[in-house]
Design a protein around this ligand. Structure first.
Ligand SMILES: [Zn+2]
Ligand SMILES: [Zn+2]
Length: 308
């Protein structure tokens, strides 16, 4: 049986013609039978692609031949099969991640200007040993339901669009003079969020370079990470070892679970923690869409909001 891999990467760099790169990336992925989603903007690229190992390798070699992407930190993980990515979407957007704040960041050939200080997983542990740091989750709050750094602050954000409001409502002003470490899946959201925090008066902001993915490769479940990592493909969530803690709670019966399912209401993008028993017994509907509301079980699998 073929070996399936998933490749996750991003790069902040000025791109003069993102539309030309879109066509190149689309044709490259199509020719190799890869699925996934790639977002390009004038500020760079943000991508997750998956497919057979030999094809993902070819894609990786071609992509880093392009000079602006030559120094990109590519993250590999195991796929399960063609069902990880049922389709391919390659788009040009105003923002690489939808914070609803284009113009918030400036990008030069070294990346985002004025972002948080990057920390390797090892440097993070050194910092934690010497300072009383606060972890700040840069993801959507539903992702943190099944996994997060120990004692992390999890902002109330349904999507990245909610961050500006969340940072400006005073809730986190007490952290403005404290060391804060932002983290997200692969690092792309922290690049933007950490810069947004510094602009709003947070004085000592760090970001976990390479995100939870790189941290998990380094320390697995033997460090400060707890639980499962939510991912934006049909794998839904991954763990770093069989010893991973299960910190999620089924929204219906409160038993431990790391399983995420979309609310089956057609218009709803909420992700709910559901245990296997309740998932079999009933289609999940969030409290905003209780049973009896219009539901469409089975069509919701690919509605996850693409991010990184
Ligand atoms: Zn349950
Ligand atoms: Zn719902």
């Amino acid at each position: 049986m073929a070996d399936y891999k998933v490749l996750l990467f991003y790069c902040f760099t000025p791109l003069s013609d993102p539309e030309a790169l879109r066509l190149w990336q689309r044709d490259l992925c199509e020719s190799l039978g890869l699925g996934g989603r790639i977002i390009l903007s004038k500020d760079g690229i943000n991508a997750t692609v998956g497919g057979e190992l030999r094809n993902v390798k070819k894609y990786w070699r071609k992509t880093k031949e392009y000079e602006p992407f030559s120094q990109v930190d590519f993250k590999w993980s195991d796929g399960t099969g063609p069902e990880d990515f049922p389709g391919l979407r390659v788009r040009v957007r105003e923002e690489l991640v939808g914070f609803g704040a284009p113009g918030e960041i400036a990008v030069d050939e070294h990346g985002v200007v004025g972002g948080g200080s990057p920390l390797t997983p090892e440097a993070l542990h050194e910092l934690v040993a010497t300072k009383d740091v606060t972890f700040f989750d840069a993801r959507n709050s539903w992702e943190a339901q099944i996994g997060r750094f120990s004692e992390a602050v999890v902002p109330t954000v349904r999507t990245s669009h909610d961050f500006v409001k969340e940072l400006e409502n005073g809730k986190y002003d007490h952290l403005k003079d404290e060391p804060v470490v932002t983290y997200c899946t692969g690092g792309v959201r922290c690049e933007i969020l950490s810069a947004m925090m510094i602009t709003r008066g947070f004085r000592e902001v760090y970001q976990l370079a390479g995100g939870i993915v790189r941290y998990g490769e380094t320390f697995g479940d033997q460090g400060l990470w707890e639980g499962a990592l939510s991912v934006f493909d049909n794998r839904k969530a991954v763990t770093f070892s069989p010893e991973a803690a299960v910190i999620g709670r089924c929204f219906r019966c409160d038993s431990a679970s790391s399983r995420l399912e979309n609310c089956t209401h057609l218009e709803c993008r909420r992700q709910l923690v559901v245990c296997d028993g309740c998932a079999v017994a009933d289609v999940p509907l969030c409290d905003a869409h209780p049973s009896g509301a219009q539901s469409a079980a089975g069509v919701s699998a690919s509605r996850s909001i693409p991010e990184g």
